[in-house]
Design a protein around this ligand. Structure first.
Ligand code: SF4
Length: 309
């Protein structure tokens, strides 16, 4: 694996670090030892954090400080948490999969769109200027919005579609560059515009409208379950960047709806931790992706969706 060692070297020198914690997402774990060797060659001792890491919000700064580390090197994501107990240096991942040829071959699928908002995740940010050129040459005016939580123009996170919201008023539709439906569905939910996906794995462009309609039906069913529920579990995580500090207010709000509400706290969120609890429904206040990725023994719904109902 190619690592930009200079970023790490500068951070070690800036913070006079001696003990460095390394945090890598699951997909890079096969390179963990190699990464550790590379960083130790810079004259420090390292520790590999083996807990799963789902995003830049997921930085165990408190635990690493307790262990005596003086720097965390966080791989793959862009900066997110503003204040941490020990310094964090982000070594971002950029994909070598160029989406430009896919856009050139499929741009006709955007016919009728005059103004489009371009959004993506951190992996494909470097390709946005080339994609904008292609769209401009095809008479599609391109807009790239500024995010509130994410770091770069045009960048979205599962919990932050503000780069899309920023240009919603001037575009006819959005083009999401990446893979999977989680992010484009988030844009459809956050805006009133049609969303197209330039899927780098399927190598095509398609409208997500059909999938969005199915998603809305699933959400309606979950809202019905929530409305019918008597005992509601409120899922809160102790992960610094995902922790919802309004959880006691949420409990009061749910109890004011005539339900019993129980706050259930965990660090790493996993369904078996609530086995045996006789809940009717679970309200998720942590990463919104949990709703898509994990199957709990009871129906679960994101708190944002409850509030919108
Ligand atoms: S809360 Fe979820 S979507 Fe937001 S940055 Fe963290 S992992 Fe990503």
């Amino acid at each position: 694996m190619d690592i930009d060692v200079s970023i790490i070297e500068k951070a070690i020198s800036k913070h006079n670090a001696k003990k460095v914690a390394i945090q890598i997402p699951e997909g890079l774990k096969m390179s963990a030892l190699e990464i550790s060797d590379t960083i130790e060659a810079l004259g420090v001792t390292t520790l590999i954090i083996a807990d799963p890491c789902f995003g830049a919000c997921d930085v165990p700064d408190h635990d690493m400080k307790m262990l005596g580390c003086d720097l965390i090197v966080h791989f793959a994501h862009s900066p997110y948490i503003k204040t941490t107990e020990i310094p964090v240096v982000y070594v971002e991942y950029r994909s070598s999969l160029d989406p430009s040829p896919i856009l050139s071959e499929n741009v006709s699928k955007l016919s009728g769109i005059g103004k489009i908002g371009l959004v993506t995740t951190v992996q494909y940010l470097d390709y946005l200027p080339a994609l904008k050129d292609i769209l401009d040459k095809n008479d599609i005016k391109t807009f790239i919005g500024k995010p509130k939580l994410a770091t770069y123009p045009g960048q979205i996170l599962g919990c932050d579609q503000s780069a899309a919201k920023d240009v919603e008023g001037v575009v006819d539709a959005f083009l999401y560059v990446g893979s999977g439906l989680f992010h484009p569905l988030g844009i459809a939910r956050a805006t009133d515009k049609q969303v197209f996906c330039l899927d780098v794995e399927k190598k095509t462009i398609f409208s997500i409208n059909g999938e969005y309609q199915k998603y809305l039906v699933r959400q309606e069913m979950k809202k019905i379950k929530f409305n019918e529920a008597d005992k509601v579990g409120i899922l809160v995580t102790t992960k610094t960047g995902q922790m919802n500090k309004q959880v006691f207010d949420i409990k009061s709000e749910i109890e004011n709806m005539g339900k019993r509400a129980y706050i259930i706290s965990m660090n790493f969120v996993s369904p078996e931790k609530i086995l045996g609890m006789k809940l009717d429904v679970l309200v998720n206040t942590a990463c919104p992706r949990i709703e898509e990725d994990l199957v709990f023994p009871v129906p679960q719904i994101n708190w944002d969706s409850v509030r919108k109902s």
